[in-house]
Structure formats: structure tokens, C-alpha cells
Design a protein around this ligand. Structure first.
Ligand code: GCU
Length: 666
């Protein structure tokens, strides 16, 4: 087997009901065909039922059993669907074929979750419209086949500077469409070398094939572009967004691109960030840069997604006033209201960089006249790199539920990025993807729960992480109580467990530089990246109050005051906002130091438990998957011990204070 089907395994539920399945449908679009194909695969696998011929819609009225797929104007949402099933007659209707496809996937999902043995007696009704207009995956795939921050093999989009077109792409499209993803950025945000030329003759043909395939699953293709492309591809002397020659170059380029790839969604841009070119070189603003591109691609309904990950990465660690956390707000807040309507600012969930715990970026509560998109990372760069299990959906749910106090109502992050707060249509959620060409797609088999979960949550931000986890387990592993219980327990604990044995109380980092894996408390402490913990023998943490960097005041009240007050600041973020003494007393009655010791012992013990729990599933899950995962749990257990001891020893040696429980510190 080259690769698994992850959660699209359609495990047999019963053989009770193997009569032929009748499908009625007059639609001839590609997306409707994908829906019909999916029903065929699904019913064949789940029930052993085959479809001999797709019949006409008019015949449905007089039939006894069957599934009707139809377009209706009774439904207004472009991606909304309606399902009505009763006694073997089932109608899936929508305004568009994409809506129908989502309805099909919902039927198949629900049959599995509910373990419906007899479709002919199933009663089910659902009407659903996605919470977010855009639900995207950002791949950080390079054209040589490597993946930046990739932990599950090589790219299945690129190899040796060529674009790949093969069967795996279809398997991928089915998988992500089944959870409602409708946009994919194919290439890394750091656009260099051959990737700059993705927008040139050399690659159009293959990109068009991919775009067409994706569109048939309701997914738009996007590309990351190099802001300096006019120079590198066009031979111009500058890439100044206010230069007439540059503007003209992009207009011509856009025309050429959409001529060749008519369904393209637009561009993702990382500019003036970590060494990438951008408008700053020419004394221009990010609005100048984004708007110039936006105007060039507006005639094709293209969208510019402009990243806000802009900060000074040449900081001096001796400078305690400059604060990387402030940078997003400081750079973009003055530009609020200045962006074209087809520009979306893509903002990472936190002000730093996908740490295991961070406050929500203050930009979400601050920008009022700008389209916004939330950027999450399911590639577990800082959360165990898909060798440790870390189910991130509970974390994402907290982020979406965070009240920014930007208005008296509809002020949660989920309201803002879905367009509810400011009535926007270009907005949504994106995740840095965690896939590669590994057999199981995600390195760790359980990491697929993050891919599944991100899609489901982006489609319906009200879903609960445990329900999402349950759906995923049942579809991936089949229905077995012990398997379900064990995996779900591990998933639901895993994020907090990971947090316990790594960096404490919101301070973040403490990882080995560059690779971002494994403990190195001072790894980034005296470096240029602006990621400091400021620990000495008395205290630890960054003062972000008015006395310190002033970051707290970027939040709306009452948040600004709450974060600035040690006593009211959420304790899990204490060291992010405050520089506190090791003997500072937490609400648990423990000192900060004792909290660090305790959580590290607890976290490592929990990782060891995961390994034991998994061992009890031998024989109950597929053997290959069992072995692959066993190896990872073993590594996690050992690596958590390493984390525990490196962190605890560091603070023990800094403070000379023993563990109250008398455990061995090195
Ligand atoms: C992180 C990550 C980089 C990535 C960057 C980004 O810093 O380590 O690999 O390029 O984020 O989001 O642009």
C-alpha cells in the first residue's frame, strides 16, 4: 500500500442490506460526479451495495428507495446543504454542486458515527452552512520536494523542481473536501528559486490540471508568490509597488496566469518577514504592497492573502524594550481601513509563533475595517513535530472562543474571522498543513486527527473537540469501545500533557534553535529572534506591562488591565506577561518553581501512560498502524523524560531550591 485513506476508510458496518443502491441525479458537473462517485465507494464499502446506473431525477418520485441529489434555489448559501432521509428515501439538496458534495460527505460520515446498520430505516435531517467563507490549508512545500517544518515525509506536490500530478492528489482532494476545506496553497510562503517561477509558462499546464482536479472537489488553488518576482522573473530593477513599470508587470502577469489557470483563487504573500522581500525596501507600506497586487488580480476575482508575521528578527537580546509580541499590531494597526476589499490579512493565532500556549493576537480585537483570517499551524513545529501526540483542536477551540471585546456583541475571534462582526465576506481560517508523502500522510497516525479536526472546526466553529475526535476515531479505527475510549482519552489529554513537560506558564520556546525540537532552555536566549524568557536566579518571565514593553495595552479593556495585573492574569500565561519571582504563589498554593517541578514530573508520567495505554490496543487496531504508533509513543515517553530533566535541572541549578516532594533533581 502506497498510502492509507485516513478517515475515508468506510469500514463495513453490516451486510444486512445489500440490495442495489439507486441514485437519482440529473446534474452533469464535475463536482456532482465526485459526489456520486463518493456515494458509490461509500455504500460499496459500508454495506456492500452497488450502484448499477444513475437514474433521472423525475423517476425519484415513484421509487421506493434511493438517494436524490438535486439543486434547489430554496437554499441560499453557496456551500450550504440540506439532507432529508426517511425510510430509505434520501434527498440531498443545495444551491450548488459543492453544497451537494458536502451533503454527501455528511451522510456518509453520519452513517458511520451512528453505526447505522440498515440505511432503509434511517431517519436523518440536517441543514448546514459553513461558519467561515474560506477554510484553507497552507502547505509549506518546496519545489525540491522538501517541506519546511514538514514531519511526514516529502512533498506530494513537488519533486526535483517539477510539479507532480498523480493519483495521490485525488486521494488528498477527497480527504480534505470531506471535511470542508475549500482552498489550498500549494507552495511554501518562503518563495525562492524555482518556486518564484511557478507563475510562469514552465508550470502552468500542470498547475491547471491540479486546479481543475481541486475545483471538482470544491477547492480553489492558491499560490504563494515572491514579492520580488518582477525583478527575478521580469528583469526589472525594482519591485517597488508604487512604480508604474512594476504595476504594469503584475497586471500583465495576472492576465497571463488567469489565462492559463482560470480557476486560481489568488496569492498568499509573506513580505518583509524573516528576510523575504517586501514594500519596506522602497519606503512603502504593506497596504501599498498588498493593494498593488490586489488591483492587478481583481479582474479575475483573485484574492491577496497578506501575512502579518512581520517583526524585527535582528533584535539585540540586551534590549528589553523592543518586543516581538508587539510587532504585528505595531506594523498593521496604523493601516486599518487602507486595504482593498480583495485583500485579507492573515494573522497567526498568537503574537509569537505557534507556541504550545500564547495569548490570542491583539490584532483580532483591534482591526475594524480590514478583512482578517486566522492562521493556525497543524504541522506541529513547536508541539512535538508529529512524533509526540498533540491534539490541537481543544486549543483552537479556545482561540476561536476568545472574547476580544472589540464590540458589545459578536466579539469573539470566531465572529471576527467568519465575517459576522464586520459583515465581511473575504475572511476565514487557514492552517499550516501537516501532510507529506508518508504512508499515513501525517507521520504520527494520530496527527491525522488535527487535519480532520481543523477542517471540521473551520466548517463549524461550534463543534466540540471531543465530538470531532470521536468522529475521527470511529471513521479511522472503526467501532470498538476500547479503541475509541483509549484513543479519545489520549487525544483529549495530549495538548495539556505536552505543555506540562515543555515550557511553563506561557513563556514558550526553550527549544533547540532552528530545528525547534527537544529542550534547550537558553537556546534562543542570547540570540536575535526576540524570543526570550529572561530567567535569572531570582525570577523568570517577560514584563509586558506598562513598566515593561507595554504590550498589554494593545488589548481592549478589560483585557488590557487583566493581563497587566499579576493577580488577574490567567495563570497559564503568567510568564508571558510578567517577570515573577520563583517563590511567587499561584492560586494552587504552589510557588512558580514548585509548579514547574510538579508539572514536569506529571507530564512525563502522562507520556509514559500513553505508551502503556497504546500497548493495550495490540490486536485491536491494524498491525502496521499499531507498530508505527507504538514506536512514536515510545519515543515520546523517552523524550518527555529528557524535557522533564533538562527543564527541572535548569531551574534547580538557577535557584538551588529543592523539590518539596523530594524527587531527584540533577
Ligand atoms: C516560523 C517557522 C518558519 C516559517 C515562519 C513563517 O518562524 O519556523 O519556518 O517560515 O514561521 O510562518 O513564515
Amino acid at each position: 500500500m502506497e498510502y492509507t485513506n485516513c478517515w475515508l476508510q468506510y469500514r463495513r458496518i453490516s451486510d444486512k442490506n445489500i440490495a442495489e443502491l439507486e441514485i437519482y441525479c440529473d446534474l452533469d458537473g464535475k463536482t456532482a460526479s465526485c459526489g456520486i462517485e463518493e456515494l458509490k465507494i461509500g455504500f460499496q464499502e459500508l454495506y456492500g451495495r452497488v450502484v448499477k446506473k444513475v437514474k433521472q431525477e423525475t423517476e425519484f418520485k415513484n421509487c421506493e428507495k434511493g438517494i436524490l441529489l438535486k439543486i434547489t434555489t430554496d437554499i441560499s448559501g453557496k456551500e450550504e446543504y440540506c439532507i432529508q432521509c426517511e425510510e430509505g428515501k434520501c434527498v440531498i439538496s443545495a444551491l450548488t454542486e459543492t453544497g451537494i458534495l458536502y451533503g454527501v460527505f455528511s451522510v456518509l460520515r453520519n452513517l458511520q458515527i451512528q453505526q447505522v446498520e440498515d440505511f432503509n430505516t434511517w431517519t436523518y435531517a440536517e441543514r448546514k452552512s459553513p461558519s467561515n467563507p474560506l477554510r484553507m490549508l497552507n502547505h509549506w512545500d518546496n519545489m525540491d520536494g522538501s517541506i519546511e517544518r514538514g514531519y511526514s515525509g516529502e512533498s506530494f506536490f513537488f519533486c526535483k523542481n517539477e510539479v507532480l500530478v498523480n493519483e495521490r492528489l485525488k486521494a488528498y482532494a477527497r480527504m480534505i473536501a470531506s471535511v470542508g476545506i475549500n482552498g489550498v496553497v500549494l507552495n511554501n510562503v518562503n518563495v525562492k528559486g524555482a518556486a518564484t517561477a511557478l507563475i510562469s509558462e514552465r508550470y502552468y499546464e500542470k498547475l491547471q490540471l491540479i486546479s481543475e482536479l481541486f475545483l471538482s472537489y470544491g477547492i480553489k488553488l492558491f499560490l504563494s508568490i515572491n514579492f520580488a518576482a518582477p525583478m527575478e522573473l521580469g528583469g526589472l530593477a525594482v519591485a517597488d509597488p508604487c512604480n508604474e513599470g512594476v504595476m504594469q508587470w503584475w497586471r500583465k502577469k495576472a492576465n497571463e496566469i488567469w489565462d492559463n489557470i482560470p480557476g486560481l483563487g489568488g496569492f498568499l504573500v509573506k513580505a518583509d518577514s524573516e528576510g523575504r522581500p517586501g514594500p519596506f525596501t522602497y519606503g512603502r507600506t504593506h497596504a501599498d504592497g498588498a493593494n498593488m497586487l490586489a488591483r492587478a488580480i481583481a479582474p479575475y476575482e483573485g484574492i491577496v492573502i497578506w501575512r502579518c508575521f512581520v517583526y524585527n528578527c535582528q533584535q539585540n537580546w540586551r534590549d528589553t524594550k523592543t518586543d516581538r509580541a508587539r510587532a504585528g499590531y505595531d506594523n498593521f494597526m496604523p493601516l486599518d481601513g487602507m486595504f482593498e476589499d480583495n485583500v485579507i490579512l492573515q494573522i497567526k493565532n498568537g503574537p509569537m509563533d505557534f507556541q504550545v500556549r500564547e495569548p490570542v493576537s491583539p490584532l483580532f480585537g483591534a482591526l475594524k475595517n480590514t478583512n482578517m483570517m486566522l492562521e493556525l499551524q497543524i504541522a506541529q513545529e513547536y508541539t512535538g513535530q508529529q512524533r509526540h501526540v498533540c491534539y490541537l483542536i481543544p486549543w483552537f477551540q479556545q482561540i476561536l472562543g476568545f472574547n476580544t471585546f472589540c464590540k458589545s456583541e459578536h466579539s469573539k475571534v470566531s465572529d471576527i474571522v467568519s465575517g459576522r462582526t464586520y459583515n465581511q465576506k473575504n475572511c476565514g481560517m487557514a492552517a499550516v498543513a501537516n501532510t507529506g508523502n508518508d504512508v499515513n500522510w501525517t507521520g504520527h497516525d494520530l496527527a491525522a486527527a488535527n487535519l480532520y479536526g481543523f477542517g471540521r472546526l473551520a466548517f463549524d466553529t461550534e463543534l466540540n473537540p471531543e465530538c470531532i475526535g470521536t468522529e475521527w476515531v470511529l471513521q479511522t479505527f472503526g467501532f470498538h469501545e476500547k479503541v475509541k475510549e483509549t484513543i479519545l482519552t489520549i487525544l483529549m489529554k495530549s495538548w495539556l500533557t505536552y505543555e506540562k513537560y515543555t515550557s511553563p506558564l506561557g513563556i514558550g520556546w526553550m527549544v533547540k534553535p532552528n530545528v525547534h525540537y527537544g529542550p534547550d532552555v537558553d537556546g534562543y536566549e542570547y540570540d536575535r529572534w526576540g524570543t526570550y524568557h529572561r530567567a535569572d536566579h531570582k525570577a523568570i518571565g517577560v514584563d509586558r506591562t506598562e513598566m515593561g514593553t507595554g504590550y498589554c495595552s494593545q488589548y481592549n479593556e478589560p483585557l488590557a488591565s487583566i493581563f497587566a495585573d499579576r493577580k488577574r492574569c490567567p495563570e497559564e500565561l503568567l510568564l508571558f506577561f510578567h517577570h515573577v519571582e520563583y517563590d511567587y504563589m499561584l492560586s494552587t498554593g504552589k510557588t512558580v518553581l514548585q509548579h514547574i517541578y510538579d508539572t514536569h514530573f506529571e507530564g512525563a508520567a502522562e507520556a509514559a501512560q500513553f505508551y502503556e495505554m497504546w500497548q493495550k490496543l495490540k490486536g485491536l487496531v491494524d498491525e502496521d498502524c499499531y507498530q508505527r504508533t507504538l514506536e512514536r509513543f515510545h519515543h515520546q515517553k523517552e523524550h518527555a523524560l529528557e524535557w522533564r530533566d533538562v527543564i527541572n535541572s535548569y531551574f534547580y541549578r538557577k535557584t538551588g531550591v529543592d523539590d518539596k516532594k523530594g524527587r531527584l533533581l540533577y
